[in-house]
Design a protein around this ligand. Structure first.
Ligand SMILES: NC(=O)c1ccc[n+]([C@@H]2O[C@H](COP(=O)([O-])OP(=O)(O)OC[C@H]3O[C@@H](n4cnc5c(N)ncnc54)[C@H](O)[C@@H]3O)[C@@H](O)[C@H]2O)c1
Ligand SMILES: O=C(O)[C@H]1O[C@H](OP(=O)(O)OP(=O)(O)OC[C@H]2O[C@@H](n3ccc(=O)[nH]c3=O)[C@H](O)[C@@H]2O)[C@H](O)[C@@H](O)[C@@H]1O
Length: 389
């Protein structure tokens, strides 16, 4: 409870602070706001163009005990003179705002680069006003592994030195310029360098977070239900949509790419430690992921299919997956990260954080949420579409 004395990792009492959270209405922001409201005394100035995912925290009729600790400001950081004032009112700024769905990187590369680099004005305002910044980057800054460039049968591909991703050692390896997939990773890399330089030259107190595929409830949207019918969200929402509609899951280029997935609730614990332990978090870049939850995308699809059968009580399709080329699914200029295993040394040492939830368990709670939230709406949309066709 907020009234119980809370201490940081060094045993010092934690003082209540005001946080300016940009992109608070998104997937990660909504979970972070929820945690801050229910378990801490901190105040949040929540900035976003949308607030659907945090409405439950804002509605006054729910008479929440935290209603005087969260304030929503609807604004687009591209063009709003209120931004600097809000950053000045806070002790800490957390910047989550970004275009971060791969389907946009090669089809809307300009918007992607502007959103992830040019629009990151909060860096300048934090530096000029001596405010602490926690900035969300991405594991995509590592790009492809060194191992992916070795011959297919090279035994070195099995050596962790060629694939484990380390904040202070691994290079950033992107494809050629016409592979516009890398527009996002490259913009994120440059903003990391800018933040690092502000730290080195102007004393900006910063922490950079590199999330490795955080997943859970409220991630992205279900096309045609709470997002555009033609929209392509990230893989969790794509596969959830297929399962809800009883369609085969589409495996891009055979689903051979590998990912490690971490449960959003575990990852939020890591962000809380960063917020409340500035002396341990400032000046660091942190991988936040779960190296134990590695699967190929094909294995993810198979596991989601099994879990969905369990939580929905529906039968499995005869053909649960189909292969689709990346060109067909994402268009020209797509490319992929082959494998993403986070090294955990720095986050273990500085914050003592470790993820807890297995992939099966996190999929079970997430797909239970997806089924409860969307199954009826999807059925209705399908029957309406068949009635009008
Ligand atoms: N979810 C992950 O696993 C993951 C992985 C790597 C990196 N990240 C990074 O974490 C951050 C948050 O990711 P997320 O998954 O919550 O994404 P999200 O799309 O759900 O949230 C981003 C939020 O930012 C808002 N936003 C974007 N541009 C804005 C603008 N100009 N003005 C105001 N608000 C704006 C959006 O409306 C959205 O609510 C992003 O920077 C993303 O690159 C996330
Ligand atoms: O979440 C992260 O850590 C980062 O990675 C994501 O990139 P990626 O993992 O490639 O995004 P997804 O859309 O979730 O795709 C994962 C894999 O599934 C595949 N996929 C996706 C959707 C689908 O229907 N089928 C399918 O096989 C993709 O080709 C890719 O190999 C996004 O770039 C960001 O959200 C973020 O920075």
């Amino acid at each position: 409870m907020a009234s119980v004395a809370r201490v940081d990792l060094d045993g010092n009492p934690i003082k209540p602070i005001t946080i300016c959270m940009i992109g608070a209405g998104g997937f990660i922001g909504s979970h972070l706001c929820e945690k801050l409201m229910s378990e801490t005394p901190h105040k949040v100035l929540a900035l976003d163009v949308y607030n659907d995912k945090i409405k439950h925290l804002l509605e006054p009729e729910n008479a929440h005990p935290w209603s005087d600790r969260i304030q929503f400001h609807r604004l687009n950081i591209k063009q709003d003179s209120r931004l600097e004032g809000l950053i000045k009112m806070a002790d800490l700024t957390i910047n989550l705002a970004a275009i971060c769905t791969p389907a946009d990187y090669n089809t809307r590369p300009l918007d992607t680069i502007y959103s992830n680099f040019i629009d990151a004005l909060p860096v300048k305002y934090c530096s000029e006003n001596n405010k602490r910044l926690i900035h969300f980057s991405t594991c995509e800054v590592y790009g492809k592994t060194i191992g992916s460039y070795l011959p297919k049968d090279s035994p070195l591909r099995q050596d962790p030195a060629y694939y484990v991703l380390k904040e202070d050692e691994s290079p950033c390896i992107f494809g050629s310029i016409e592979k516009q997939r890398w527009s996002y990773a490259c913009a994120k890399q440059l903003i990391e360098r800018l933040i690092y330089a502000e730290g080195a030259e102007n004393g900006l107190e910063f922490t950079i977070v590199r999330p490795f595929n955080w997943i859970g409830p409220r991630m992205d949207f279900i096309p045609g239900i709470d997002g555009p019918s033609e929209g392509v969200p990230r893989v969790l929402a794509c596969f959830s949509n297929n399962l809800l509609r009883r369609e085969p899951l589409k495996l891009v280029d055979g689903g051979q790419s590998q990912r490690t997935f971490v449960y959003i609730k575990d990852a939020i614990e890591a962000v809380m430690l960063m917020i409340e332990n500035p002396a341990r978090a400032n000046g660091h870049i942190f991988n936040v992921g779960n190296p134990n939850n590695e699967v190929t995308v094909r294995q993810l699809g198979e596991m989601m299919t099994e879990v969905y059968v369990k939580v929905s009580g529906e039968s499995k399709l005869e053909t649960p997956t189909i292969d689709v080329s990346s060109q067909e699914f994402y268009g020209v200029g797509y490319d992929d990260s082959d494998k993403r295993i986070p090294d955990m040394t720095i986050i273990n040492k500085q914050l003592g954080w470790n993820p807890k939830t297995s992939l099966w368990d996190l999929l079970e709670s997430t797909l239970t949420y997806q089924h409860r939230t969307y199954a009826e709406a999807v059925k209705k949309a399908i029957s309406q579409a068949s009635a009008t066709s």
